[in-house]
Ligand binder design. Sequence first.
Ligand code: CAP
Ligand code: MG
Length: 407
Amino acid sequence: MKYLDYIDLNYKPSKEDLVCEFFLESFEKNLEEVAGSVAAESSIGTWTETTTIKPYVKKLAARVFEIKGNKVKIAYPLDLFEPGNIPNILSSVAGNIFGMKNVKNLRLNDVHFPEKLLKSFKGPKYGIPGIKKILKIEKRPILGTIIKPKIGLKTEDHAKVAYEAWVGGMDIVKDDENLSSQKFNKFENRLRKTMKMKEKAEKETGEKKIYMINITSETKEMLRRAKIVESFGNEYIMVDVITTGWSALQTLRNEDFDLVMHAHRAGHAAFTKNTKHGIAMKVIAKLVRIIGLDQLHVGSIFGKMFETRKEVLENCKVLKEKMLNFKPVMPVASGGLHPGLIPKLIEIFGNDVVLQFGGGCHGHPKGTKAGAMAIRQALEAYEKGISLKEYAKYHDELKIALEEWGE
Ligand code: CAP
Ligand code: MG
């Protein structure tokens, strides 16, 4: 088959096809042929015809069925893929094609998975309903902080900062993405000491508190760490999904731990940020949901990261829209957030969101507990329909936060 043989603009994908939407730019005026080369290379073809091709193999050829400007849609027969195998699917539709010489730019903007393929994956164990039940929080956003400095604190200092954040009003305290089990803060020791502080904070506040410990490591070690967390009766783990990889996540999910899994996406911007080349974050969000993690960073619009409101809302949409019988995944807004942004954040995200404040909690001039109090006060003000400025008149911690970071 020649590249142009992979084009069939009259083809109507069947409901069993996997359909990919690409942005494609070619160097010359041969976009159709380059689209054909993408379909070939991501299914059964290569740069030249081969004598070994059989008529029955052609049934597995991908087909370019729509080209509108630089938007190209390609349909893939279901049998091209192994059920239950995310790495395999990506090795076709997000593999060699990004590196082909005739492709100037290529971005995988969306993937529509057929139900038959979705059925071979677990989906989230808890998702939004399960998380709200565990946290006993029904009608407000969940408030979280990330221990700062990102790494470096000794275990006892880490646990103390966590305690201050919990008693100040945070629901969740999480490890940062690059904390694992470095010599200054070993995993088991951190778990033990921080859990003790969690129990202390729960007693003092009468509120459910959550510790999201980072288990990111080699897969077997991750399973070992998850088992320890589960044995301590902790409810959550966090894992860096990009750096650990799809196969490790499937292994983790297949263990069916009684643990809510928080997906940190450190590294995603290496291929999601460029709108002309790479893979869109909404595709990553779909993969995380299909494999079955329970909450995922989606961008924060107002903070320090790059994503636009449109992109962030698209990420939220794929986490919550109907997808087989998969539970919706809780979006996490994080990165450069502070108490003054809370009304705007809730206006956009609604209540089904985790709002996370790292520097915006531990950077408060009066310290972590005051930072957490300011965040909680900003939420209270919003819930009471009072402006932050007005509420700050009677709440010093919020007043100082607004002076420090504004709204
Ligand atoms: C936020 C954070 C998160 C980012 C990740 C950080 O801290 O802990 O990792 O939110 O980005 O290390 O930057 P700050 P995203 O609150 O101090 O910014 O959520 O976009 O994946
Ligand atoms: Mg971080």
